[in-house]
Design a protein around this ligand. Structure first.
Ligand SMILES: [Zn+2]
Length: 188
């Protein structure tokens, strides 16, 4: 089931004293550099709901890159962690025309260009001088909007604003309109 898409993945089942539940640990080199929610979503694209319900009910799922510990995995950020900062992050992305630039990168058929990951978004964010933490925060916001790959960012409600703008011309100068998404500039 996993082998064609997850070359070299290993799955081990153990009873976990930490949670008092059985744990399924998926170890795969392709998980390296991915956020925990990206890893889980990747697995979910190939594991059927039926298999999950019949064979995996009650399991803790752990997705590790080789050499990573469970503690390291648990310390990684989750999309909920950016909930309070989301407005500002989206405003930052909009004001530097990230969405329009990503749309340009992906061209006329985003789904065909997309490699089912964030490689284009990461490239655009780097070119816009986002640092590692900024890129991570942006990905967590995408995940909060159920986007787990580049084309899904454009299809999400986040990308729809950019799409409308570029459809009506000059996207770069229209970012001012999007500032109203960012209400949290002053602290009371
Ligand atoms: Zn995609």
């Amino acid at each position: 089931m996993l082998a064609p898409l997850f070359e070299g993945i290993t799955v081990s089942i153990s009873s976990s004293t930490r949670w008092n539940r059985p744990a399924a640990t998926f170890t795969w080199s392709g998980f390296k550099g991915l956020l925990p929610e990206e890893r889980f979503h990747r697995l979910m694209t190939v594991i059927s709901e039926g298999f999950k319900a019949e064979r995996m009910a009650g399991f803790i799922w752990l997705e590790l890159a080789p050499g990573e510990s469970i503690d390291e995995l648990l310390k990684m950020p989750r999309s909920d962690d950016v909930a309070a900062r989301e407005g500002q992050i989206v405003a930052d992305l909009s004001s530097c025309v990230f969405f329009a630039t990503l749309a340009e990168e992906l061209g006329a058929s985003p789904q065909r260009q997309c490699q089912s990951d964030f490689r284009f978004a990461t490239k655009v964010l780097s070119s816009l001088k986002f640092d590692a933490a900024g890129i991570r925060d942006a990905k967590l916001v995408f995940i909060r909007h159920h986007a787990f790959c580049d084309c899904a960012i454009l299809e999400s409600d986040l990308g729809s604003t950019a799409r409308k703008n570029s459809a009506s011309g000059n996207s770069a100068k229209r970012s001012g309109e999007q500032r109203r998404i960012a209400p949290r500039s002053q602290n009371a």
